[in-house]
Structure formats: structure tokens, C-alpha cells
Write a protein that binds this ligand. Sequence first.
Ligand SMILES: C[S@@+](CC[C@H](N)C(=O)[O-])C[C@H]1O[C@@H](n2cnc3c(N)ncnc32)[C@H](O)[C@@H]1O
Length: 272
Amino acid sequence: MTTGVASHAPARGLVGRGKRLLRPLRHSGPARLLDRLEGLINAEVRAGRLPPYTLRGHVGPTATFHSAGREFFAYFRELAALEPHESVLDFGCGVGRMALPLEAYLGGSYLGIDPNRRSIEWCRAHIGARRPNFRFEFADMYNRRYNPTGAVAPAAYRLPVDAVDFAFATSVFTHLLQPEVEQFVRELGRVAGRALTTWFLVDGDSPLLPFADGPARYATAEVPEEMVGYERAWVLERLRGAGFGRVEVHPGSWRGDGSGLSYQDVVVAWRT
Ligand SMILES: C[S@@+](CC[C@H](N)C(=O)[O-])C[C@H]1O[C@@H](n2cnc3c(N)ncnc32)[C@H](O)[C@@H]1O
């Protein structure tokens, strides 16, 4: 299964430059108009079972929105033993790609946190309205790509919970810089019994992530948050240091060697 949190590899060259230039238009008048038009023809969008096009585009390829959610729902149960009665934290929940398939399963509690206000508003208005045990919180953290006007430095951020059974962060650490990753891994260790996170784990040099900065590797030096990898040993050390005694790595296919569970590397960490 490799549809997953796929294709967060930034487009290169002219295409990449064009996409970056057009990104601010995603929340512009024409983009909203596009969303409204889609709502007229797409019953799933109208029913609040699928977020509008521009919000889907914010978290990954629009074509694999549902399949990525289903894929990770299976990993939550099969790799991280998620049970319906448990409490769950979705860190960097985006527009509910992972929350949607959990809706029918989770009787415990769900908390989604994200610094993208429009995504949180959509999740509250639709998923939260259907399922009162699903809560969504806006975290006004700065991120050059996702929340450029954010007020709080992510490295000072504290999760607004004390304990959850299971936390996950899909396609989040692949966009964050080192101080933020350090803080969030520490925070996950503070609150979560076990955690599933996705990464681009690097051993030595990576042709896809040619720019090195300490343990971090970037695809582009211009906007590092487009795609960030970390040295495998550094990540495992951080997770163990945060209190996760058992850490399992399920390599992804992003390296292009033809194998992999998902696209990104999936890491499941257990407090033991
Ligand atoms: C590629 S999207 C993935 C969203 C979601 N996890 C999913 O798999 O659909 C990355 C998400 O990370 C969020 N994000 C960016 N900076 C963040 C930060 N400092 N803390 C938490 N989330 C952040 C973005 O707003 C965005 O929703």
C-alpha cells in the first residue's frame, strides 16, 4: 500500500517554482469560487464528508485524499493496536484526512490540533458537528508554509493534554525544522502511551534531500519546509529520549527502491 501520505516530494525546476508562486492564491477569491463550484457538483463535499478542493490540496494529493485516510486507519489498528475505546491525539490534523475514517470507529475521544485555521473550522463544522467526541483545536504556531502569520514559536509549544492512549502525526515531521521536531517529540513523549509518526529517515546522504543542516536534510534550500528528512539515528535517539522504549520502523517507498509499506517511513513508538 503506497498511496498514503504520498507525494510530498516538492515539484522541482520550473513546475516547482510555478507551484510555489501560485500557493498564495489557494486561499484567494478564485480558489473559494472553485470550492463553491465543486460543492455544486460533488455531493460528498455538500454533505461535509469530503473537504473542499483547496483544503484537500493543503494536505496532499487531492486524488488520494480518502485512500490515504483508509490506509492509515489500517496502520493505526494493525501496527499500533488502536482500540475503539481509546483516547487519540492527531497532531497536525490538517483537514481531517485521518479523522474522517476514524469517525465510525472511535468511541473514545479524539483531539485534532493544527495551525491552519480554515482546516480546523471545516473539521469542527462537519466532523465535530456529527461526532461530539471529536474535538479540533487551532494552534497559532508559525510555519512558513502552513501558517506564515502564526504568533507562537513552535519550539515553545505545549500540547493541551496531559495523557492520551495513542498519538499520531502523519506527514507533519516531514515539514518541520529541527527545534520544532525536538519540542514535539518531547511533547508526544510526555503525553502519549504510544505514537505513530511518519518521516523521511536518512542514512548518510540522500539524493532526494541534498541540503544538509545538522541532522536535517532538505529537498530545497529555498523553502526547507517543503520536504524535510532527518538522520534515522537522530530520530530514534529523540524518540527513546522522550520515553518511548520500543521503536519500530516500517520503511517507505520514497527512496525509490521499489519497496515500502507506505510512501513515507512509518515509525511506531511504544512507552514500555
Ligand atoms: C501535509 S499536511 C498533513 C495533515 C494531516 N496530518 C494529514 O495527514 O492529512 C501537514 C500539516 O501539518 C500542519 N503543521 C504545520 N506546522 C505545524 C506545526 N508547527 N505543528 C503542528 N502542525 C503543523 C499543517 O497545517 C498541515 O495541516
